[in-house]
Ligand binder design. Structure first.
Ligand code: SF4
Length: 194
């Protein structure tokens, strides 16, 4: 059984697939405790893999984003296989501290060791995209020992519009000077959708 916090359909709001319709499968629980965590992932319902697949199948979206919490704590190769059988593309958003099933289609790394220290150091060595929160002050870590195809910087959401505008401007300025990075905005928040 898998402990699932929620399953819902929306637009991917961040990173390379921003704007793509997707079914989000939010798994409960995380091995980290980030002070800025904005997901209420703790609560959940026990579901079988078949029940998760059936819940995903009710939505038309081709993309499935398995997130959390930390999805690597529960995601199995058999669930990924079952989602492939119904024709879904399986993306995972991870803090990179745990190994992932090898059969996922897309990996988004969002390491947190810059905030939490060595206990949150990434163990994964490759990913499709690296997505880092940027506070406009601290230099983003390059993670040069991880093989990544796309690099995104995402302005931290402080909840304060004035501070957010300052951080976003600083992020744009940083990217213009470091063009290996691209901008990721949380468009679901801009649109006011889930
Ligand atoms: S790794 Fe992500 S889900 Fe886990 S506590 Fe940090 S922000 Fe929240």
């Amino acid at each position: 059984m898998i402990r699932v916090n929620e399953i819902f359909c929306s637009l991917q709001g961040e990173g390379y697939h921003s704007g793509t319709p997707a079914v989000f499968v939010r798994l409960s629980g995380c091995n980290l405790h980030c002070p800025f965590c904005d997901t209420r992932h703790e609560h959940g319902t026990e579901m079988s893999e078949e029940e998760v697949v059936e819940a995903v199948r009710r939505h038309a979206a081709h993309h499935v984003v398995v997130t959390g919490g930390e999805p690597a704590l529960q995601l199995t190769p058999s669930l990924v296989d079952a989602l492939h059988v119904i024709g879904r593309y399986v993306a995972v958003e991870t803090n990179a501290t745990r190994a992932l099933p090898a059969n996922v289609d897309w990996v988004t790394l969002s390491p947190k060791d810059a905030f939490l220290g060595p206990q949150a150091a990434p163990v994964l060595t490759r990913a499709d995209e690296l997505k880092l929160l940027f506070d406009g002050v601290h230099e983003p870590q390059p993670y040069g020992d991880i093989s990544v195809t796309h690099r995104f910087l995402q302005p931290c959401d402080t909840g304060d519009p004035t501070q957010n505008a300052r951080i976003t401007a600083a992020t744009v300025d940083y990217i213009l000077r470091h063009p290996e990075w691209r901008l990721s905005l949380q468009i679901h928040k801009i649109l006011g959708i889930q």
